[in-house]
Design a protein around this ligand. Sequence first.
Ligand code: NOS
Length: 302
Amino acid sequence: MRNAIIDSDTASDDTIAILLSSRLFNLVGITIVAGNVSYEQEVKNALFTVEYFNIKSPVFLGSSRPIMGKWRTVEEVHGKNGMGDWDYGEPSVKPEREHAVDAIIRLSKEYDNLEVLAVSPLTNLALAYLKDPSIVKRIKKVWIMGGAFSRGNTTPIAEFNFWVDPEAASIVLNAGFDITIVPWEVTEEYAYVDDDFWSKIEGLKSRASEFFIRANRALREYSKSHGQKGSVQTDSFTVFLAHDQSAILKKESHHVNVETCSSARGAMLVDWYGLNGKPNAEIVLKGDRDKFVNFLLSVLSS
Ligand SMILES: O=c1[nH]cnc2c1ncn2[C@@H]1O[C@H](CO)[C@@H](O)[C@H]1O
């Protein structure tokens, strides 16, 4: 199994990404970063997720804010606690003492060919790189869920993860990592859970499907009220494509940067025509929805 860390701002869809990554990779760490809901709540959600699914990977606390600027949490998307208001009690699993930034650096030395599944704002990874730039040589691959071509889900132009910490995104994109980006619109097109898929998951009546339904209920309502077909499982889709690259049906390499100023803050800047620079990232343009749906159903049936 490939070695991986998942970096998460744990709320609804992130929890399923954590579950999938624990099944598909040798998951050597789960690092938590500021994003979706209050930091404390994200940590609690991650600890509950690992406890519920009996995932043995250590949870490390990282940055509780972006590098610069203000951001807002999005309880309206995920529910007040980020878990569809599921009152799941207090998890008994505890986080590690080591800081996530130090853990990323250490794990990159301990595990060959370590990959990072970044389904979150990129603050932790940017800080790890600033502390030890040599991680670029040791981390084999960075998978990023982030960026929108033009249909921003947080501002008219910006996707949430890039918008929360555009400075961090810019640092990571320009650091020299081997990067694959799974942008918002691609996940919206291939990783949505519409009513039909939702009923199939509900019909599984397993522990995992019950978790999925409860944790993603608010996201579903929010997404449907905003013109989407249902909850978009962006983070899980990214983890799935990282594992099964035959499910990436179209991709292109381009230079990608992130706008950090004004009302376009967080916008993904793709140099489609190679006007300014060499490619620094691969961008997924099409994914295999059927494979993803079947895989998710098989994991959730247990
Ligand atoms: O409105 C939203 N829809 C879907 N995901 C969202 C939304 N707001 C924040 N996220 C979070 O940001 C990434 C996707 O942009 C995902 O990582 C998800 O957890």
